[in-house]
Design a protein around this ligand. Sequence first.
Ligand SMILES: NC(=O)c1ccc[n+]([C@@H]2O[C@H](COP(=O)([O-])OP(=O)(O)OC[C@H]3O[C@@H](n4cnc5c(N)ncnc54)[C@H](OP(=O)(O)O)[C@@H]3O)[C@@H](O)[C@H]2O)c1
Length: 335
Amino acid sequence: MNMRCYQLASDLRICRILNGMWQVAGGHGTIDHNLALADMLRYHDAGFTSWDLADIYGPAEDFIGEFRRLLLTLKGNEEIEQIQSLTKWVPQPGKITRSMVNKNIEKSLRRMNVGTLDLLQFHWWDYNNPYYIDALKYLSDLKDKGIIKHIGLTNFDTEHMQIIMDSGSKIISNQVQFSIIDRRPEVKMLSFCQRHNVSLLAYGSICGGLISERYLGKSEPSNVELNTLSLRKYKKMIDAWGGWNLFQDLLTSLKRVGQKHGVSIANVATSYILKKPQVGGVIIGARLGIVEHISDNTQVFGFILDKSDQDEIDSVCENANDLFEIIGDCGDEYR
Ligand SMILES: NC(=O)c1ccc[n+]([C@@H]2O[C@H](COP(=O)([O-])OP(=O)(O)OC[C@H]3O[C@@H](n4cnc5c(N)ncnc54)[C@H](OP(=O)(O)O)[C@@H]3O)[C@@H](O)[C@H]2O)c1
């Protein structure tokens, strides 16, 4: 069975499927405030207690704050202790000062209605701008004061993670795109993370929903038919990886494997990434209040892929292009 929980740090245990909140930031349908909060409660009650968000994901941090207040009213203090909310700080490139860092972290604390951030994942747009080292130093100081429990990164490549490690900052995770289609983390990132005891949090593992029965046996969708930013983002990945016909071969194999275990295509794709070394969790986007996949995604914890399943999936991918050669290391698509 895939384990349900993962110890990201000695004092931070997460659900291995995290609820992704980019989907509330626009471009994924209209979010109704009350319906979204009701869905958050459903995810939480089903054991999906870990949330991935960011200061730049529209109202995501405010939703966490409201959800915590709601849960306190409904179920009391003990229950809000069960939530893990992993946010990000995504500053504009430029000079970073201590007061800028403090102000931004205070804002996240206030919006999320927490006294401490469980994990602050840091993003940086431009490696030519060296202030990311200063930013991480100031964040480390906040960690020493107990305002941030742990520091993680998002979309950093292996080379710059090494620079950060050499500068003395203690990092526990890197959040990167990782799927059957996008295996770039396997080239350098995984072994680096193994050596430095860093966990990976994977996103894009079901390609915005493209890796599902919904697209099996279907003709190639146009950009207009792809009605979320996420679907459009990962369709481009599939185009670079090998195109729609090869993708159909992959979906057919995933369906076969899924039928063998009595689970869905999305479950197989999620499970495949959860089995990779250093992967702490897979973040699955949730269009809160619009559609939920709670019971289907719960199935991930009820089976495990065997070697013949993995071989079947890998054999389709042998015909695909190498995205590391085309795009570069993790996060290079953002730079
Ligand atoms: N650090 C970064 O730069 C970065 C970048 C992208 C994403 N992320 C994080 O990762 C999260 C995931 O987002 P993503 O864009 O990568 O999307 P994703 O998780 O690959 O796809 C999410 C979509 O998949 C569909 N889905 C979910 N469970 C399903 C199931 N069991 N069966 C069939 N379809 C299912 C849903 O589509 P429908 O709603 O249409 O049903 C959902 O909206 C984001 O919210 C964010 O937290 C981080």
